[in-house]
Design a protein around this ligand. Structure first.
Ligand code: FPP
Length: 272
């Protein structure tokens, strides 16, 4: 791939991908299992760069292929009636990547938001972008705000995309907001509890993730939803994000269904 095609890559969207063919088989597996579906799934989509580099392609090509996986997994979540899907798309720390990769990713987010608009709206999906949006370009911000406004009354599923997001940064931002509310006399220090704190986070009002998936064989949380992951079930798999199929997603859900979530209690207390 030439340098020019890295800057102007082929962005043809949403052609059915070969990995998308296996839905019916997977659906059968899952309907046989009849377990609890996680209400909130969060995903650390890792391995786009390696996927591309292993094929002698530019890293950005891996991100484009990763966008196909996003479409697949949004569909899979809708199919299972997952309530919230949170995707870690770009961390605060990712701003330090080479400029061409950063600008290519920003362009890709804008294209995804514009191209998927009708599809998301038609499927009752609400979009929310979490992170420091002041750091985004005006054009991207306005595309995000436009789709957030158009989808705000949708009740099908919340698609939360973390862009320019950091868990520590989110906690600091919430702390600052709370401190300002105390200084303004709107909040007493004694009123600061988990619920108050949670409401001041970017994810305020949404339940914590039940299941967190990370692809690419890395075992890290990487500054993702640090407050919200306190009791989430973690699932790591050794597959790069562009290769992540609906079947892989259903397997993660099936694994989740076998876990005993005790929230600090004993099995006996849970009545098992
Ligand atoms: C991590 O892989 C992935 C990212 C930093 C970008 C994620 C972006 C997408 C999947 C594009 C589409 C997203 C949306 C929401 C439309 P990496 O680049 O760190 O991979 P590596 O560890 O192999 O280098």
């Amino acid at each position: 791939m030439s340098e020019n095609s890295e800057e102007n890559p082929d962005l043809t969207p949403a052609e059915p991908h070969e990995n998308e063919r296996d839905l019916s088989i997977d659906a059968q597996i899952l309907s046989d299992y009849k377990g609890i579906i996680p209400n909130h799934v969060a995903i650390i989509m890792d391995g786009n760069g390696r996927w591309a580099q292993q094929r002698g392609m530019m890293r950005l090509k891996g991100h484009h292929e990763g966008a196909h996986s996003v479409r697949r997994i949004v569909e899979a979540c809708r199919y299972l009636n997952v309530g919230v899907l949170t995707l870690y798309a770009f961390s605060t720390q990712n701003w330090s990547r080479p400029e061409t990769e950063v600008s290519g990713l920003m362009k890709l987010f804008g294209i995804y938001i514009r191209k998927e608009r009708n599809r998301l709206l038609k499927n009752g999906i609400r979009l929310r972008v979490i992170g420091d949006r002041e750091a985004l370009s005006k054009g991207l911000r306005s595309a995000i705000e436009s789709l957030e406004a158009a989808s705000k009354d949708n009740t099908g599923m919340l698609l939360q995309v973390a862009v320019s997001y950091g868990g520590r940064e989110e906690i600091l931002a919430a702390t600052r907001k709370i401190a300002e509310a105390v200084r303004a006399g709107e909040l007493e220090p004694e009123e600061i509890n988990e619920a108050t704190f949670g409401r001041h986070l970017y994810t305020g009002g949404e339940p914590d993730p039940d299941l967190v998936i990370r692809t690419s064989g890395e075992f890290r949380i990487s500054n993702f939803l640090l407050w919200q992951l306190a009791y989430s079930e973690l699932y790591f798999l050794d597959k790069l994000w562009p290769e992540f199929t609906k079947n892989d997603f259903y397997n993660a859900v099936i694994d989740f269904q076998k876990r005993e979530r005790r929230f600090g209690m004993t099995s006996e207390q849970l009545g098992k």
